[in-house]
Design a protein around this ligand. Structure first.
Ligand code: ADP
Ligand code: MG
Length: 738
């Protein structure tokens, strides 16, 4: 990227390293993904060591790179048939660690031995390994120090750099590095770059810095690379993190603002139309939450600027009704509305539900339909050619006021007459691009409502979904039955599993239905065995359960549903289950999202420990949707003392989806939250953690909003540069992915 920076600071910071360090060094650093001054200066040490204290050797882990400061207890030469080696025993005063050097060349070993004996302690840098059941470092880089921590002996340039860094103020940064470019080299380069740079104008004004409570950028970079004290390093790190959060929030705030420049169809409420007819026929009263969110949405779509809203709410909180009311308002105003579902099953189910809700009002093309009626069409990948052509015609002519479909709706052949509102169900399965393909199908910019049943912790909502306003349906409609959740541990209580199937038969005998969920379809599908549990067994499969249940549940009608079935097969099976022709549905998590069968009252999850917390919560949401109390049984064979068992206990203990989402988030790695591109080295978020820096993100959001209000056109060179640097970053592609 050769950006034209608006500010001197960004020009300087984004200069290629070749300009400052020369080709050879720059090339070496580029192997670490560091190409510009900015890359290098933001390449912060992973941790800091004190060069004057000894390291706690007991805290070392196999497989990690470590720089330790330790005393040398003994140095010995050991000869074997194959090679000689040199072994030093190091200590921190309590624990010991062996350091070993091999070489066929005796004089090298002599040299190292001599070096080791020169000082009383040394700095040793290398990979911690395991040998003969004890921790050891093989071929560590080292430099010896005397009692007053002065380097002793002759040192190479690199060793000298190492010692300098270790000894400067007693603190040394250990950088993410490689064998070719060791941490000492990185540190040395960072210092050279800092010196050549000199102080520069801060991209954040003094006012913003004060508001945010962060130090100056130059000062922060100096502290990170020339550490003076741990508290100041923390403050410096906060500044760098703040910058990341701020850049992200600034981009998102500008996006939200830019979206307001587009004009959208004005959807004004009309009385005596299809919405009123729907409301009048609705068999229940809307909850306060539904009314409130509906009101917010009606106001937003009555504005000439596109609504961009995320509607989140517990499974069964009644989001669909809220969305449908907005869609009907669009129809009343003479427009079309589209509902995008993530799977064929869900699209078909929405279609059926919406038609049922609307009754004759969904028969717009028949003669005796009421005047406000419209056509409701379903467009899915499995539609027949004729049905498809028909649907396309109705969509293009505007006769179909309500269009429901899967991503088939995104195809170029789908043309709308006057699309005004796009509802996306279960957001996390769709990307921003897909949303925008659909919104581009309107003549004006349609309003967008995105629904998700996965409660999204605020910090994630603010980053991943940051371009959306958020509404929440906190309340589940009253009269909704309870769901009791029980963990059934087959390791400690093998007999309980039999009781599980008895419970299922009892429910079926009482006229209700059951879901049984397995982690895998068949034995050939990959399994996630719990890491270090010797008693772990392969997880249950849909295929094996079908056989097992034929035995355990004689006389019951059992069907299966999984991702290897065709869309038509899945739809057929769901339909059979929905109308009660099946008693038990054995499935994978394809039933996780949205499926609505109020008569289902039992959910058995096999090998529940293989599922995430939020996933289990979603699954449980499939039951207790009717009048019948739900029973959720989490069957597991996991060690009751394991973290997995604790997770299951948490799911059983609360139905608060937000609390569980926070728990889930805390247990996932950053990369899982933001997508795989974030786990790479070139991430747009280098230090910031969506998981643990929620407060900082929130604060940055406030500051960014104020900046955008003060400078809507990006006249401020720094605002322009901050936005450009993030938008041009390959790693920020996940900004698009949501
Ligand atoms: P979500 O999409 O949020 O999971 P749905 O909109 O599918 O929830 O609603 C779940 C079930 O609850 C549906 O059968 C729906 O008809 C019903 N429902 C929605 N709102 C209410 C309400 N206010 N009172 C009673 N039942 C409701
Ligand atoms: Mg739903």
């Amino acid at each position: 990227m050769s950006a034209q920076w608006a500010s001197e600071t960004f020009r300087t910071l984004h200069a290629p390293l070749t300009q400052v360090l020369g080709d050879k060094t720059a090339k070496a650093l580029s192997t670490l993904g560091l190409n510009t001054v900015d890359d290098l200066l933001h390449h912060a040490p992973r941790r800091y060591l004190s060069g004057t204290e000894t390291t706690d050797l007991a805290g070392l882990h196999v497989g990690t790179d470590a720089a330790i400061v330790a005393r040398v207890v003994s140095v010995e030469r050991r000869r074997s048939a194959r090679a000689s080696r040199l072994e030093a025993i190091l200590t921190d005063g309590t624990s010991r660690l062996a350091a070993t050097w091999f070489s066929p060349r005796e004089h090298l070993l002599d040299w190292w031995q001599k070096q080791l004996s020169l000082g009383v302690k040394g700095i040793f840098v290398g990979r911690v390994g395991m040998f003969n059941n004890a921790l050891q470092m093989t071929h560590p880089d080292f430099v010896m120090l005397d009692e007053s921590a002065e380097v002793v002996g002759r040192a190479t340039e690199e060793k000298a750099a190492m010692a300098r860094q270790v000894q400067r103020n007693g603190l040394v940064g250990i950088y993410p590095a490689s064998a070719k470019v060791p941490t000492w080299r990185v540190g040395e380069c960072a210092e050279i770059v800092l010196d050549s740079l000199g102080a520069f104008e801060d991209p954040l004004s003094a006012e913003v810095r004060q508001q945010a409570g962060v130090m100056g950028l130059y000062e922060a970079l100096c502290e990170v690379h020339r550490p003076t004290d741990l508290a100041r390093i923390e403050a410096a790190t906060k500044r760098l993190k703040f910058d990341e959060a701020f850049a992200l929030q600034l981009v998102l705030a500008y996006r939200r603002r830019d979206a307001q420049v587009n004009t959208a169809p004005v959807i004004e409420p009309r009385s005596g139309g299809i919405l009123d007819a729907f409301d009048a026929a609705l068999p229940f009263a809307l909850t306060d939450g539904q009314l409130e969110v509906s009101q917010t949405i009606q106001e937003a779509i009555a504005s000439p600027h596109p609504m961009q809203r995320l509607l989140q709410g517990e499974v069964g909180s009644g989001k669909t009704v809220v969305a449908l009311r907005a869609m009907l308002a669009a129809v009343d105003a003479g427009y079309q509305a589209a509902l995008l579902a993530p799977t064929e099953v869900l699209a078909a189910q929405h279609y059926a539900t919406i038609r049922a809700f609307l009754g004759s009002a969904a028969d717009g093309n028949t003669l005796d339909a009421p005047a406000y009626a419209t056509d409701v069409v379903l467009l899915s990948g499995s539609s027949s050619a004729v049905a498809r052509r028909n649907a396309l015609n109705h969509i293009a002519s505007g006769q179909a006021g309500i269009v429901i479909g899967t991503h088939a709706l995104l195809q170029a052949s789908v043309e709308f007459a006057n699309l005004a509102l796009v509802v996306v169900d279960e957001q996390h399965r769709f990307g921003v691009e897909q949303r925008s393909v659909l919104t581009a199908k309107g003549r004006e910019h349609p309003h967008a409502l995105v629904m998700t049943a996965t409660p999204i912790p605020r910090s994630v909502a603010m980053t991943v979904f940051g371009d959306l306003e958020v509404s929440t349906l906190a309340q589940v409609p009253s009269g909704r039955a309870d769901v009791s959740t029980t963990v059934v541990n087959s390791r400690t209580h093998p007999a309980w599993v039999k009781r599980v199937w008895e419970r299922v038969s009892e429910e079926v005998a009482a006229g209700r239905q059951a879901f049984v969920v397995a982690p895998r379809i068949g034995a050939s599908d990959s399994d996630t065995l719990p890491g270090d549990d010797p008693l772990a067994q392969p997880s249950a499969t849909v295929e094996s359960l079908i056989i097992e249940l034929a035995d355990a549940l004689p006389g019951l009608k059992i069907g299966s549903l999984h991702g290897r079935m065709s869309a038509a097969e899945k739809t057929d099976t769901m339909e059979l289950f929905a109308r009660g022709a099946l008693d038990v549905l054995v499935a994978t998590t394809v039933i996780e999202v949205g499926v609505d069968v109020p008569n289902a009252s039992v959910m058995v999850v096999m090998d529940a420990d293989r599922f995430g917390v939020s996933q289990l919560h979603q699954l449980r949401g499939r039951i207790g949707r009717g009048a019948n109390e739900g029973v959720c049984l989490l069957v597991t064979n996991t060690d009751p003392a394991s973290p997995a068992a604790a997770r299951l206990a948490a799911v059983a203990s609360t139905r608060d989806g937000f609390a569980l989402a926070e728990l889930d988030l805390a247990q996932r790695r950053e990369g899982d939250v933001l997508g795989s591109s974030q786990s790479g080295r070139h991430s747009a978020l280098r230090l910031l953690s969506v998981i643990s820096d929620a407060d900082l993100i929130e604060q940055a959001r406030g500051v960014a909003l104020a900046c955008v209000e003060a400078d809507p056109q990006r006249h401020n060179a720094f605002n322009a540069d901050i936005v450009a640097s993030l938008e041009n970053n390959d790693a920020s592609e996940w900004l698009e992915r949501t």
